[in-house]
Ligand binder design. Sequence first.
Ligand code: IMP
Ligand code: MG
Length: 176
Amino acid sequence: MLDCIESICFSEEEIADIVKKLGKEITKDYDGKDPLVIGLLKGCIPFMSDLFKNIDTEITLGYMKVSSYKGTESTGTIKIDGSIPDAKGRHVIIVDDILDTGRTLNAIKNVFMDNGALSVEVCVLLDKPEGRKVNIVPKYCGGKVPNAFVVGYGLDYEEHYRNLPYIGILKKEIYS
Ligand code: IMP
Ligand code: MG
């Protein structure tokens, strides 16, 4: 474990089990519907690539580059870089690493609903319920974390730690 990690919330093995379970649920719910599965870069990368392999039905892959954080603070302003996948008449599943204030996923959900999607659901690896500012409930959620800043398995602090195979709480001294 890296020195800057206070404690581990989810080990590599626990994450693998969680992702397998989420893949099964999505397979069951979307079999034959060819959903458009859209990952929010960059946090979704390891989660999305593992999740795919556990979905045993046809899906269409999409990505969007979205940002809202500066350091450990949510700015509240959602920025989309680049194009938005065409979701007209499609069932959409938005995949992200973590649901915190809910502002990002709520904004992206609305974009797809406004663009004529048949349905829009959210799949997050983690939920930080104490951080919520907007009412949004993920249909698929891997697990809950306390109100602390977590890193690893795609989650970053200033672009660091995304490569860790586990998810851990970052020591406060690193960012304060
Ligand atoms: P929200 O709009 O506040 O729900 O923020 C969601 C985004 O903030 C996620 O996609 C992450 O990129 C980032 N985020 C929120 N909490 C954490 C955390 O504890 N560690 C790393 N990134 C986080
Ligand atoms: Mg992110």
